[in-house]
Design a protein around this ligand. Structure first.
Ligand code: WTA
Length: 672
């Protein structure tokens, strides 16, 4: 391994395990072999706009056919220009027309154990009614609607109702503070707020409406607020008699309703008509804004539009999850994140799938809740995040073993790199060694999955997201835009527009150009480092800003972390650089333990272990044991904050997206 110029990154990871798709799985798959995948990929790469246009004609309903597949005025894309369609129509009416009205669209379980089921016909009816409610409050095409709700079917209903009339939703994860809601509401100039009175989390009712009241005091553009009564588990389940379980929970908080501004969801719905034709929307009409926080500065309102996003969410869902009619698909992400937008709602529903939605925490009432749900609903495809997998490992196999998981046929992961040993555990303990794992790399900005194994076609390697999907053309370059060689780490870029790509940052074209298109001219800069191996497999190496520079060698965070996680005592690890006079940066790691005592002997053992696994250069200089790592609300490790702590800085940067503020104090407390 030699020091390299030009910002490339040295890979020190050696992962040789290969898992071909099980024969039986491949035989029934949509794409059955590596050759078939390659053929499709080549065909798409030869003429991406034509490839996508052919799919768009078949996969979406067009009120008016489009004229041009792609108009590209870098960095602004228009896909399927001149066409008119509607995302809610594609998710609902199109399925009804295909005779799927009686198929279950949403299976839902609340944290307290209440449950509901909605067929496509029922969902269609509720969406039409709620679309009429929106209209009755003066919402029209192009208006922004802010949504702050727990994981209940009404959240999906609200989204689809917005899409039906051309209103643009901005969903804010129901864990964010009043300040965060207000900032987003002001940026989007939202006209309406949709909220719930409460949401359940680990047995407690969160006072969501209280937070919203505080936010609305600072959201001058918001005129009205619709409030769902979740505390009482009201609404659909009572009206349709479809509910079961402890549906009579009384609201834990007394909700104050401001006359003239606040309206109860169920009261408005009582009067609403169930007739509401879907509006004919331009292909490029904005569908939603979703705020994502960069490491610095104010959150970026990522803008997605109608036809391209819809097609991309649907096709990637079908390819990556190899969807079949009898699947029960469970994506555990909250709808407040892009994963929930694309793979709880828009992707699966446009494909006519049955999804499971769960409201609460994975460890309530105990650590076996997810496994109990898989058994109860006979889930066939399970899609979750590495942070959850690491928690499951820490909690122990005994919680899994109590349940029958034989319905599962495919597993997926998203959100961070998965450490190979966590991958192996997922494969063995959850997948019973029979389920392929799709490690899906993508971003809020990309709209849908960009790189992932196709489970019947592409052999997997633990820790690699394998290959780009058809129509996606990645490249790895130096900061000056030169392609790097095989096995060299560098900046991951996309060389061609794709239908699911963001269309901009809400209200800030300059920032859009600057962040994604200025550093490597003509290419989309993802902000991640990656390398491509001899087999053409991609390995994500972490965020560009997180690279460590040790004695002139640029090292990837995930590789050091994966080496630590492969030690039996380690549950989670985060590696950061700390300023060092001699080496430029020293390797500082924060470790949470699965077993064993946090002492010097273990510290030495872990250093040796890393040295043995990936080499002397990556051996940690500092190892700090801690009870928990600081994470974002979507579960990503916030290495930036740890970098400040490792450097001994008193104050750490922006912490507004931190999930649990006490963690930082604890880490400081854990220091000797
Ligand atoms: C990281 C989530 C490695 C990556 C859909 C990306 C991953 C950021 C993976 C986007 C993966 C996501 N392997 N890293 N399979 N998936 N990431 O916007 O750094 O919440 O740029 O979208 O998460 O996060 P976002």
């Amino acid at each position: 391994m030699a020091a390299v110029a030009g910002g490339q990154i040295d890979s020190v990871m050696q992962e040789k395990r290969l898992f071909p798709p099980p024969k039986e799985f491949a035989a029934k798959a949509r794409i059955k072999s590596l050759e078939e995948y390659q053929e499709l990929w080549d065909q798409a790469a030869a003429d991406p706009p034509k490839f996508w246009a052919d799919l768009a004609r078949d996969e979406l309903h067009w009120f008016q056919p489009f004229e041009r597949p792609l108009v590209w005025k870098e960095p602004f894309a228009e896909w399927f220009a001149g066409g008119k369609t509607n995302v809610s129509y594609n998710c609902l009416d199109r399925n009804l027309a295909a005779g799927l009205g009686d198929r279950t669209a949403i299976l839902w379980e609340g944290e307290p154990g209440d449950s509901r089921k909605l067929t496509y016909a029922e969902l269609h009816r509720e969406v039409c009614k709620f679309a009429n409610v929106l209209k009755s409050l003066g919402i029209t095409s192009g208006d922004r609607v802010s949504i702050y709700m727990p994981m209940v079917p009404e959240l999906a209903i609200a989204m689809l109702a917005c899409a039906r009339i051309g209103a643009i939703h901005s969903i804010i994860f129901a864990g964010f503070s009043a300040e965060a809601i207000a900032e987003r509401n002001r940026d989007a100039e939202a006209k309406l707020q949709i909220a719930a009175d409460t949401g359940w989390r680990r047995g407690k009712a969160l006072p969501l409406k209280e937070t919203v009241d505080e936010a609305l005091a600072k959201s001058p553009t918001v005129q009205k607020c619709i409030v769902l009564r979740r505390g009482a588990v009201a609404g659909l389940s009572e009206a349709d008699g479809a509910g079961s379980g402890p549906g009579s929970q009384t609201p834990a908080t007394v909700v104050s309703m401001q006359a003239g501004r606040d309206f109860w969801w169920h009261e408005l719905m009582e009067k609403a008509s169930a007739e509401c034709p879907a509006a004919s929307m331009d292909s490029e009409a904005p569908l939603f804004i979703l705020y994502t926080s960069g490491s610095t500065g104010k959150p970026k309102g990522i803008k997605h539009t109608t036809a391209g996003y819809n097609l991309y969410a649907k096709k990637t869902f079908q390819w990556v999850f190899d969807h079949r009619d009898d699947d029960i698909f469970w994506c555990t992400a909250d709808i407040g994140w892009v994963t929930g937008h694309s793979y709880v709602v828009y992707g699966p529903l446009s494909a006519g799938a049955t999804v499971l939605m769960y409201e609460g925490a994975p460890n309530h009432p105990d650590e076996s809740r997810f496994w109990q749900l898989i058994e109860k609903y006979k889930v066939t495809i399970f899609y979750t995040a590495p942070t959850a997998i690491r928690a499951f490992i820490k909690w122990g196999d005994q919680h899994v073993k109590k349940h029958d998981l034989s319905s599962l046929r495919l597993l997926g992961t998203v959100g961070e790199g998965i450490n190979p040993e966590a991958w192996m555990w997922y494969h063995r303990v959850i997948g019973g060694e029979r389920c392929p794992i799709v490690d899906t790399w993508w971003q809020t900005e990309t709209g849908g999955i960009m790189m992932s194994p196709l489970p019947g076609a592409i052999p997997t390697k633990p820790g690699s997201c394998t290959k780009p999907l058809p129509g996606i053309i990645p490249e790895i370059v130096t900061p000056s835009g030169q392609p790097v060689g095989k096995n060299q780490g560098g900046w991951l870029v996309m060389t061609h527009p794709w239908p699911g790509m963001l269309r901009g940052i809400w209200g800030d074209d300059d920032r859009y150009k600057e962040v994604y298109w200025s550093k490597v001219p003509g290419k989309y800069l993802a902000g991640d480092n990656a390398r491509c191996d001899d087999d053409g497999y991609y390995w994500i190496m972490g965020r560009i800003d997180d690279v460590l520079n040790v004695s002139g060698h640029r090292l990837s965070t995930i590789e050091i972390e994966s080496a630590l996680v492969s030690h039996p005592s380690v549950a989670e690890a985060a590696a950061v650089g700390r300023p060092d006079e001699l080496k430029g940066e020293a390797v500082a790691v924060f470790v949470t333990l699965r077993s064993g005592e946090p002492n010097d002997a273990l510290r030495e053992q872990l250093k040796k272990h890393v040295r043995h696994e990936i080499g002397a250069l990556a051996q940690p200089d500092d190892i700090r044991f801690t009870g928990a790592l600081p994470k974002t609300r979507s579960g990503k490790i916030m290495r930036r904050l740890l970098r400040d702590i490792a450097a001994g800085k008193e104050t750490v940067g922006d912490t507004t997206t931190l999930e649990d503020y006490s963690v930082l104090a604890k880490i400081r407390g854990d220091e000797e």
